[in-house]
Write a protein that binds this ligand. Structure first.
Ligand code: ASP
Ligand code: MG
Length: 286
């Protein structure tokens, strides 16, 4: 190693991503926190999806409001689920309960506006759709901090800038990297809890990376933070050689190339978001 430039070397960093079923309730979140705290990487990122079913519920809420239908009961159920999780998960849930109420209050305003307008703009819809990640990441973060973890909370809408194109959301790497420098100056912690799925657009408005986009978020943030490894955790045994609903003999693969992963994702394997590989390939990220 070239010892003339040690100051340029960042301590090793491991990025982890947890999907909605891994964060489905207080017990699962506690388990995820245990995995993260057991990882001894000097720097760590944890990118979270929304709690299982939340994004579908938010999409349904926005659709109901757009159609002028009933949405308040479903919003109440969503709020209650996150409040119950906060109570079951946290020793001191009060601040989190207020935050859940505030975020759900914001949702109620957005849904009320949507039901009046009947033709919500993209920004209103994406703000609604992305709220699940804001809630789940705040819950995991509060729990990790209670357990003594050195975590900062990173709302991806503060840092990640994307542009929507026909090929999906394209990252503005330069602007996002500049935003991250500012964010880091304000957050000295060695670890970060990051909201998956959400971002901001070139006008600074909240947006999302598209359904199932939080794998992509994880690859993007792994790249922005110059992580050395990206772990996409799942509650299935791994990537299978074929769709098990079609090919029951499918077996888990021990290893696969980026190319094979891209092909599987492209042809519809739900296990990886098709755009996830691009930042990983660019950095040669295992
Ligand atoms: N929660 C988002 C979705 O359900 C993103 C993700 O989970 O990857 O699409
Ligand atoms: Mg997924």
């Amino acid at each position: 190693m070239d010892s003339s430039q040690p100051a340029l070397l960042l301590p090793p960093c491991r990025a982890h991503k947890f999907g909605g079923s891994s964060l489905a309730d207080a017990e699962r979140i506690r388990h995820v926190a245990g995995l993260l705290l057991a990882d001894d990487a000097p720097r760590q990122l944890a990118v979270s999806s929304a709690m299982h079913g939340t994004t579908n519920a938010l999409v349904a809420l926005a659709d109901a409001a757009t159609a002028g239908g009933e949405w308040r009961n479903a919003l109440d159920a969503l709020r209650q689920r996150h409040r119950d999780t906060a109570r079951a998960l946290l020793e001191h849930p009060d601040a989190m309960l207020s935050q859940v109420d505030a975020l759900c209050g914001e949702l109620a305003e957005l849904l009320q506006a949507t039901s009046l307008l009947r033709q919500p703009g993209r920004t209103a819809l994406e703000r609604i759709h992305g709220m699940g990640e804001v809630l789940s990441t705040a819950l995991l973060h509060a729990h990790l901090v209670e357990r003594g973890g050195d975590y900062a909370l990173l709302d991806a809408r503060e840092v990640l800038v994307v542009r929507h194109t026909d090929l999906g959301a394209v990252v503005d790497w330069e602007q996002s990297a500049r935003n991250l420098v500012d964010w880091r100056a304000r957050h000295p912690q060695t670890r970060a809890n990051i909201t998956g799925f959400v971002a901001r657009d070139e006008h600074g408005l909240p947006t999302t990376l598209g359904r199932n986009g939080s794998d992509y978020s994880a690859a993007i943030f792994a790249s922005l933070f110059e992580a050395d490894e990206l772990h996409i955790w799942s509650d299935v045994d791994g990537v299978l050689s074929a769709d098990p609903r079609v090919v029951p003999e499918a077996v888990p693969l021990a290893a696969m190339s980026y190319r094979e992963a891209c092909e599987l994702a492209y042809f519809g394997a739900k296990v990886i978001h098709p755009q996830t590989m691009t930042p990983a390939i660019a950095r040669g990220l295992p």
